[in-house]
Design a binder for this molecule. Sequence first.
Ligand SMILES: C[S@@+](CC[C@H](N)C(=O)[O-])C[C@H]1O[C@@H](n2cnc3c(N)ncnc32)[C@H](O)[C@@H]1O
Length: 277
Amino acid sequence: MMPVTSRENTIYIIDSDEYKSQLKNLPKDLDLPLLSSVDADKYPEAAKMQFKNGQWCVQLPASKTLVSVDFADVRIAARSQSLALNKEYIVRAVLGRKKHQQPLRVLDATAGFGQDSYLLAAAGCQVILIEHIPLLAYLLRQAVLRAANEASQLNTDAAKRMQVINGDSIALMQHWTDARPDVIYLDPMYAHPKDEQGKGLKKAAAVKKNMAFLQYLTRQQDAGLYGEGMIEAALALAASKVVVKRAPGAQWLGDIKPGSEISGKSARFDIYPTNNQ
Ligand SMILES: C[S@@+](CC[C@H](N)C(=O)[O-])C[C@H]1O[C@@H](n2cnc3c(N)ncnc32)[C@H](O)[C@@H]1O
């Protein structure tokens, strides 16, 4: 039986008859405690994981909305249609103007919810996604698997170009033994939640929801989350460039000046050409 006192930042799985068969598929090393559905209300300040509409979702404390990783989401679907896709700043920043004979090999060192990676994969890039939060990496893998089996050809093709790795991207980039990625993409958290208020960063509700989830998960392990040491490792590895997503007006990552930038209303993409062989 679970202790009745809640553990901060724990994500409980609600043990429900509805999805009992799914529980056995969850990797043991995620180490998520099980909570009987009868006891669920006793833990109002803990997040809870449930299986809904064919996927695992997380409900944050004091919130009714569910957070998940889902490439079939209507907003992503709309952004990944070819006309819209070519106008995406991230696609323009990563692909540049040159026509590529081979698909670009992109390393997304801060995969998060995989939305940026998905847009790049939909645009034809081969993308390796690295995420160090084990639960998020698991949800990403599940989302890639679901997309690979979807009716939409675009989703299937994009999913086939995505590979998820759970680990610390800084260490992985420093000890990379494979072929160099052509482009490394970084989107570390903009700012510490404490500093973010008052900066006027405008975010859509869906982005706020995802950020709340990340902040819930990372409250006790801030070190290294905000990109320290990341750009240096990326600049030493990328064959042709590093692209960094920042909030408009935010300082350059690692205080390193980019070669150029593409700016939109909600984000700026700093571009650092590299020439590593
Ligand atoms: C702002 S989110 C990225 C959002 C993502 N671009 C998207 O489209 O959903 C930053 C993510 O990077 C991850 N991250 C930060 N430092 C990392 C590291 N050293 N290695 C792997 N992942 C890291 C965080 O856990 C978080 O999920």
